[in-house]
Design a protein around this ligand. Sequence first.
Ligand code: GUN
Length: 294
Amino acid sequence: MTKIIDGKLISGLIRDEIAVEVRKMMNKDLKVPHLAAVLVGDDPASHTYVGNKEKACQEVGFMSSIYKYPVNLSEAALLEIIDFLNNDPEIDGFIVQLPLPGHISVEKVLERIDPRKDVDGFHPINIGRMVQNMPCYLPATPFGIMQLIDRYEIETEGKHCVVLGRSQIVGTPVSLLMSRKHKPGNATVTICHSKTPNIKDICLTADILIVAMGQAGFVTADMVKDGAVVIDVGTNRIEAPEKKSGYRLVGDVLYEEVAPKCSFITPVPGGVGPMTIVSLLMNTLKAAKNEIYG
Ligand code: GUN
């Protein structure tokens, strides 16, 4: 029997745990955690993400602020805004929503964020600390995936984990987390990408398949071993005129045909997606409590 990994349910449980923490802080007259987001330009998906983050903050009792700027904001001006947020004691953590307009260097921007406030976990210092297994902010999506694996008590030790995609945000960090000496972790990891031949054969050897390549329906039933665990990180927008939004979300996995072969699978929507935001909230709570950098 296939078990569906319910990210909506787990993210709701974690949200409740965070809300309890916030109430405890309020009872002690402590400042509640405050997350800020910087949004440059008018990418519709980015506006949706940032709006969802604001809503999630409200639900757990966090303060939130959104700083919105037009697409022609200069790189220098954005760096100044980051300096301002780095130095504002009111803000515990902040993110700069990606993608940024082409004239702004993402590297420069991410490096400018104070690692202590880098709740996205994208600063090279946080990435370096992750690699060294030191306390750090884990990037939200990989953190969310590890939470799902942990809470569903999925065995990873000694398993073969195949990761499709090597992005900085998902594929590369999740590969590292799955292989590190830790529970969950201790898996043997293979990363596949656009230059990998015979992806299908490699996928067929996966006990755990994590798919983060951004190609709707890439993984088909003939690529999945019986009893595999499949984690679908894809969030592809497909035109759907019957929907109010005009689109629907589909994953990188052809769910209908793959699900019956799996021991566990994440649906899209309602799998990894809801975990990403709650991971950001967890990081913001850690920032407010100075848990990483003391
Ligand atoms: N764009 C897509 N995912 C993310 C994320 O996790 N953080 C930021 N800052 N931008 C994103």
